[in-house]
Structures are given as C-alpha cells and as structure tokens.
Design a protein around this ligand. Sequence first.
Ligand code: CA
Length: 229
Amino acid sequence: MNVVRILLVEDDRSIANSVVEGLTAEGFSVDHAGTGAAALAATGYDMVLLDLGLPDMDGRDVCRQLRTRTSAPIIMLTARAEEFDRVLGLELGADDYITKPFSFRELVARIRAVGRRTVDAPTEGAALDEPVAAQRIGPLSVDPRTRRVYIDGDEVLLTAKEFDLLAFLATDVGAVRTRTEILENVWDAHWYGPTKTVDAHVASLRKKLGSHEWIQAVRGVGFRLEPPA
Ligand code: CA
C-alpha cells in the first residue's frame, strides 16, 4: 500500500508540530503549510487537513480554491462548532471537519474514515473492497473501484462527495431517493445539515455531467438518476 501523503495547513506552530509528529509516527507522510498561500502552492498530497483560521487568507476561501484544483479529500480543522460553519464547509467542498480541541486519536480516526472512501488514499488497516466492475448507465460509466467516472470515454473529474452522491444514485437507476436518504448515505451522521446541501451537490454534479437531465428532481420527494432521453 502506498503511504498516504497529508498536507497539513495550520499556522499554529505547536499544533502543527504535534500533528506532524503524531501522524508521521502513524505511518503517514505529512507536509506542513503555515499559510493559505503555501497551501495553494502545494502539490502531491492525497488529503488535506485545513485550519480555518489562517493569517493570510480566510480558510473558507482556501478550501474553495483547493477544491477547484484537487479532488483530494479535505478535512477542516475548526475552532468554531456552530452548525453554520459545518454546513458552509460542506458546501465549500470539504469532506469532513473536526472541532478544536481534538484528541489525536479522534483525528486519526477521521483521517482513516475519509481515506476509506477514497481508493487513491488507502490507509493502514482499511481493507479495500473486492474489485467491482464499472457500472454502465447509457454513456455514463461509474467505476467504484477506481472512483472514476466517464462519459463516452471522457473522464469527468468529481470531488469525493460528488462521486459518492453519483454512486449512491447509481445503485438503483431510475429510483427516487429522498434528500434524507441521500444525506444519510452520502454524508456522515455528524455532517447532518439542511437538505439544501444535497441540492448544491446535485447542481454541481449535473454541471459536470454536462446535462441537467442526468439527475431529475422529483418535486417534494428527491432525486433520481437517469440517462438523458
Ligand atoms: Ca489557526
């Protein structure tokens, strides 16, 4: 298994040092960036731990910009526990969050949980599922093993959450999934937020799939996946 490379974005030296030291001891490879600008310049990582309170930029802007250049999972480190921030973080493209102060064990558990959902970042002890053939839905191909998506052979780059959402809808093509079902299956229980989160991800997924028709809204119920007519 490859070593998981983590980009830690944290301006607090003492937190950064202890996280780097701890994660390295756990077998991760960790690069440290102390500013938002350094985070945006970094390359070659599988996952990002992003502090929201940075000296040079708003962490939320860093998150938004990272999301445009990488599909690597982003875990936000936040001192603010209000739901507003959690939901906003999710809408900015974060995959998970952890509230400071956190225990090191909690951090590692969260990293492994997020890592299990991304095949490119296998974590120690996280057995990969049996290979499953790519699923074909008309011109769309969804490969749960590599977490890659193609339309007519052209790869569609999705974020981790967009992939999870698409894969969940693809488990039963044509079936209507409620927003609550989607939240429960695609987001962790502690990410539970307003259902407009689902709508935001559906909108970005439709855009990337190139047609609004792929994901149909069933008024007052939820969404279903179907090839455009
Ligand atoms: Ca900070």
